[in-house]
Ligand binder design. Sequence first.
Ligand code: PMP
Length: 396
Amino acid sequence: MGDIMTEKTLHLKKMLEDMKARGETWELLRLFGPSGPRVVVEGKHAVMLASNNYLDLANDPRLKEAAKEAIEKYGWGAGSDWSIAGYTDLQEKLHKKIAEFKETPAGLAFQTGFATNAGTLAKIVGKGDVVVSDELNHGSIIDGIRLSRADKVIYKHLDMGDLEDKLRQVHDKYEHILVVTDGVFSMDGDIAPMDEIVKIADEYGAMTYVDDSHGEGVLGEGRGIGHHFGVQKKIDFQMGTFSKALGSMGGMIAGEEYVIEYIYNTARTWLLSAAYPPAVTAANIKSLEIVMQEKDRVQRLWDNRNYFKKELESMGFDTWKSQTPIVPVMVRDSKKAKELAHKLFDAGVFALPIVFPMVPRGLERIRNQISAGHTKEDLDYALNAYEKAGKELGLI
Ligand code: PMP
């Protein structure tokens, strides 16, 4: 069979070819320079509208300095899992900072947000339990629920009436019930009403778990969704990530002391996987300190987002359900969404088309993510490009 090593994987080749024919493969893998509100993409300068770097911390000199100091003091690799010989005083400090940030008794860092959801959900419920989950929850939540072997019941996106119906149906059939939701939904930019969710869950004796990956650094003066709704002490599991507004990498979870101790004694993604380098730990501590101190940075993010969204709408674009710095521009057609992204890129704006299967057919869009680091000139530049491309494609 010529150049192929073995023929046993040819069915995967066929599946990939089918995906390509349906236009479902990733076409926009490009080579980027350092992340920031303005980037260089394969030699071309562009305003960045597709980054999770909401607070412009990814390239902050203070994070870099903290990482450099940690490399000098602790070396590069941790050499081990945290559970074996990779735990340091720095890591302990990070756990205390996470607790302070989330306003809970205890906190724990994971290697990534994905590992946090997959590892934690797998162990806090099990066979004989049920998870009641928002239909648009992130893939890492879906995988965590599968690993747990608990039953799953889906409620309609943000529909509190449906959540209550589902809880009424399951509450006397299962020993433990867990309600799980994203805090901010990454495709639409809408917000889960955690105050109502906690109240309804309480009525049925259900535990609550929130994935606040896109809410940290954004909502509640930067402290996240618990703070935003004043329910930080009522959510049993507050999960998050350092990979978005906090400008770094790594996951986190916060809650009661014994909950955290239970998680690090059971979650296999924590127990059986290497610690990230101490330099990452140091940068993560620094980014939490900055977010807790610099409320004006969070305010700049919101001022930018409000301006951008208002201007898009006044041009006639539909920004769908956006309540956060995630601002979709609805196109409702895969081909046109990709065309719009290409036109924007040609004009020096990098924004991502989101098409089926990431969103249902008919809800194709460009997803814009605004940063505190964008200047008014950046936003006006991007808005001009949108206006021109939108007219050319008959969207406005
Ligand atoms: N949850 C949500 C809602 C996310 O958007 C992401 C990142 N795409 C994750 C979890 C995973 O986080 P990480 O990138 O830290 O693995």
